[in-house]
Design a protein around this ligand. Structure first.
Ligand code: GLP
Length: 241
């Protein structure tokens, strides 16, 4: 595992964007696994800036997102499909039909999950997966659990995640209680993984996840077993190391 220390959020975002853009330049038809949350927004902004300068071409790439709230439509401004459109896809020359997010409107969880696993398999797997880190160590929406989940599954969000994500919704009651998420097994099959973390609020969980015991109670801890993980963090997030 490589740990890259950035001085602040802007530098963290540029460094992560550099890794993603190198991936796209080296393999223009690659499959990128993408993440939502506030942390990667700066990374996406940087990629958009470089695209506008003519430095990156997204026309050949495919993307698969980690997760989606169950019950939210793509038009709902809190859905992760909406997030990806507004924070990246609408601003670059990506073929939207090659961008995938679990179908939040599919009420049949088993079908939503097996369809998404099939999509990922049809893409041929993920070349580079971008991850954020939840306050409780979750990745995607893989919450602390008794075991690591392999494939896409429906999760009941923990109260701490519901509380953390409430800041994006009009009220706590509007935060969906369930989500579809790519499994830990699928994330671990990505050839490369880049984790972005910022802020002092993540310092303790960064230490636990990347230097503590490997346990499904801290889902990100499994990343210690992956052969190509780069954590790009700002000084605050890495301050407990
Ligand atoms: C959500 C997402 C995760 C993300 C996490 C952290 O729960 N499902 O993929 O990593 O939030 O979000 P933030 O980057 O806003 O701290």
């Amino acid at each position: 595992m490589k740990i890259i220390k950035a001085k602040d959020y802007e530098q963290m975002s540029r460094m992560a964007a550099n890794i993603l853009s190198a991936q796209v330049i080296m393999k223009p038809d690659c499959v990128l696994g993408l993440a939502t949350g506030s942390t990667p927004i700066g990374t996406y902004n940087q990629l958009i800036e470089w695209y506008k300068k003519g430095d990156i071409d997204f026309s050949g790439i495919t993307t698969v997102n980690l997760d989606e709230y169950k019950g939210l439509s793509p038009e709902n401004d809190q859905s992760y499909r909406y997030f990806m459109n507004t924070h990246l896809f609408d601003h670059v020359n990506i073929d939207k039909s090659r961008t995938f997010v679990p179908d939040g409107l599919e009420a049949d969880s088993a079908k939503a999950c097996s369809d998404y696993d099939q999509i990922i398999a049809d893409c041929g797997g993920i070349d580079l997966q971008l991850l954020g880190l939840g306050n409780n160590g979750h990745i995607g929406f893989n919450e602390p659990a008794d075991a690591f989940a392999k494939g896409t599954h429906c999760v009941r969000l923990t109260q701490s995640t519901i509380d953390a994500n409430a800041r994006f919704f009009a009220s706590l009651d509007e935060v969906p209680r369930e989500a579809y998420t790519m499994g830990i097994g699928t994330i671990m099959l990505a050839k490369k993984i880049v984790v972005v973390v910022n802020g002092s609020g993540k310092a303790d969980i960064v230490k636990k996840a990347f230097f503590g015991p490997i346990t499904p109670q801290v889902p990100a801890s499994i990343l210690q077993l992956h052969s190509d993980v780069t954590v790009v963090g700002d000084a605050e997030a890495l301050s407990a190391l």
